[in-house]
Design a protein around this ligand. Structure first.
Ligand code: NAI
Length: 398
């Protein structure tokens, strides 16, 4: 029997509980179902579909909107009892199993989304087996590296400040330690490389390829998740390398809007709220902001997990009547996070943090840690232990 062990290095999760991942997917499905159904597109492609925001989007659209979905992700399956693969691998399997039970199509492509090959495989599938067209394309990739499909060159993104170093408190979850970190400014090359990886170039390449292949419906929508944040995290996020990458996505949205003009299609930047994900946990200082923010938002009843946030975005905002846009035309579900009182209280709380109180009830450290653990299938509500062998796990395919 395989033993599942939570294993964290720094703020990166290495261990995985495949059955916990399954239960976590089921919990998210339950959440969406408890809200009832809503009118949404029926043919959806999600790029970056296996965890956090992409997975939550897929669950909301399938189990709330009744959508058939194609999910693209980059995950690893089990090799041995010591190497069980990644959580996203098991999330894909659990999602597919549950969606198919409801009579929905759920196709998984586990491949490098940045490649030409991935785009061609998805297009062929849409044409031959998915009814020929998609109505919604969700771009929810987060990656540390990207190989340019034209040149074969691989770029690595860096999470760094720009011009001035940033010094501030950070948290190491493995050691449960609160310490001072210095984030160095990026070189021009590092800024350019981060834009290459996390900017909008690949989003535009996907949309061009899908348009050329004539697999986009009239009125197609494509969404891309951005983050703008506030003065509390601007030095290392909005004003840093990641902020440059997000600004590039804004520019690419304009280009995609022009591309989709004759289809009456639209590219929409969705400025999403700060949540606990694999990607956000490795942003220096960000956990400190989150444990302050979540504490305040929990008290106000506005704290959201990815499933709560994405379900609200599609159910209430995009396909409902509660959309809020900014002057640049971006959707702003982050208005709860940006609320003036919320930010003022978060600032006051963060300023009082010390090595003694950061992991007490004074903050939402425990909540962040639980949400982080849930991403790998640990500390999952309603989880029941079951015996499985490595062969059982290997037999599960996405
Ligand atoms: P995540 O790390 O949980 O998910 C990333 C997804 O991309 C996974 O499905 C992964 O398999 C896939 N992926 C990565 N490289 C790939 C590749 N080469 N080919 C195919 N799939 C690949 O990330 P998260 O946090 O859900 O981020 C998604 C988007 O949301 C990002 O653009 C992020 O900036 C944005 N966002 C995140 C916020 C947060 O607080 N986490 C806040 C606002 C926006």
């Amino acid at each position: 029997m395989v033993k599942f062990k939570q294993n964290i290095r720094g703020n990166v999760a290495l261990g995985v509980n495949p059955l916990g991942c399954r239960q976590e997917v089921l919990n998210q499905i339950e959440y969406v179902k408890s809200k009832g159904s809503y009118e949404a597109p029926k043919k959806v492609l999600i790029i970056g579909a296996s965890s956090s925001y992409g997975l939550a989007t897929r669950i909301s659209l399938a189990f709330g909107g009744g959508a058939d979905t194609i999910g693209v992700s980059f995950e690893k399956g089990p090799k041995s009892e010591r190497n069980l693969g990644t959580a996203g691998w098991y999330n894909n399997i659990a999602f597919k199993e549950a969606a198919e039970k409801e009579g929905l199509t759920a196709k998984n492509f586990v491949t490098d989304a940045f490649s030409h090959k991935a785009k061609q495989e998805v297009i062929t599938y849409i044409k031959e087996e998915f009814g020929g067209k998609v109505d919604l394309v969700v771009y929810s990739l987060a990656s540390g590296r990207r190989t340019d499909p034209e040149t074969g060159e691989t770029y690595t993104s860096s999470i760094k400040a720009i011009k001035e170093p940033v010094v501030g408190p950070n948290i190491n979850m493995q050691k449960e330690e609160f310490y001072t970190e210095t984030l160095e400014p990026a070189t021009e090359q590092e800024i350019a490389d981060t834009v290459k990886v996390m900017g909008g170039e690949d989003w535009e390449l996907w949309m061009k390829a899908l348009k050329e292949a004539d697999v986009l419906s009239e009125g197609v929508l494509t969404t891309n998740y951005s983050y703008l944040g506030t003065e509390l995290n601007r030095p290392y996020y909005g004003g840093g390398t990641l902020g440059q990458a997000k600004a590039d996505c804004d520019e690419k949205a304009d280009k995609i809007n022009a591309l989709l003009g004759d289809l009456n299609g639209k590219a929409l930047i969705v400025v999403a709220t700060a949540v606990t994900t694999k990607a956000s946990s490795v942003i220096p200082f960000f956990i400190v902001y989150c444990i302050g923010l979540y504490k305040v938002m929990e008290e106000k009843g506005t704290h959201e997990t990815p499933i709560m946030h994405q379900d609200r975005i599609y159910r209430d905002m995009i396909y409902g009547d509660q959309a809020e846009y900014d002057e640049a035309g971006r959707l702003r579900p982050d208005s709860w996070e940006l609320d003036e009182d919320t930010q003022a209280e978060t600032k006051a709380l963060i300023e009082q943090l010390t090595a003694e109180n950061f992991n007490t009830d004074f903050t939402a450290y425990d909540l962040f840690y639980k949400e982080f653990s849930n991403l790998s299938g640990f500390m999952v509500d309603h989880y029941k232990e079951q015996d499985v062998t490595i062969d059982d796990l290997k037999a599960m395919q996405p």
